[in-house]
Ligand binder design. Structure first.
Ligand code: ZN
Length: 190
């Protein structure tokens, strides 16, 4: 229970419920969970290009030659990448903004995701940056920081259309709504 309480959003009562759930579960399921937690920490790394969490760098999306390399969609986390992938609208690449992950053993600490994005755009291959951060406070803050970090660079910056209901995080959107929002994307500052 004490270990579970260290997770964000888990108080003593939830920790107890989770611990009892473990004690009621089949042994194999618990072993699977333990291995998944261990693997997540030890086996994964961040893609050197997009910053997504992956088992090998570059990740499968960045390594895919058939993808459009000049459109980069900026998202807050791996679940949004999954969501956009299953909506099937974005043919370009991604940039994932998570910060502060502990490095894999023997690896250098991550450089900031924003610095990495700026470097990517500076190289000249990226023509459009699509901001797909959530329309809530956290997402808006992230979008502002992206704008700041791209200041002075020649790149088209768009964001998803407001068809995205405000306050709803991307990961909860229906695929069709997300597809509309992507297709209706517009310049960031209007
Ligand atoms: Zn990647």
């Amino acid at each position: 229970m004490r270990a579970l309480e260290r997770f964000p959003g888990v108080g003593p009562r939830s920790a107890e419920r989770m611990a009892l759930h473990v004690l009621r579960s089949p042994r194999e399921e618990v072993a699977e969970l333990a291995i998944a937690l261990r693997d997540a920490r030890i086996e994964t790394l961040r893609c050197a290009t997009c910053g997504n969490i992956t088992l090998q760098s570059p990740c499968a999306i960045c390594a895919d030659e058939s993808r459009q390399r000049d459109v980069v969609c900026v998202v807050e986390g791996p679940r949004e990448v999954e969501k956009l992938e299953s909506a099937g609208v974005h043919q370009g690449l991604y940039h994932v903004l998570i910060e502060g992950l502990a490095p894999r053993e023997g690896a250098e600490p991550d450089s900031s995701a924003l610095d990495a994005l700026r470097k990517r755009v500076k190289k000249g291959e990226v023509q459009e940056v699509v901001l797909a951060t959530a329309p809530d406070r956290e997402g808006e803050g992230a979008a502002r920081r992206v704008l700041e970090s791209l200041q002075g660079l020649e790149v088209r910056i768009t964001r998803l259309a407001r068809g995205v209901p405000s306050g709803i995080r991307l990961e909860y959107l229906h695929g069709d709504v997300l597809a509309d929002a992507y297709q209706g994307r517009r310049p960031f500052d209007d």
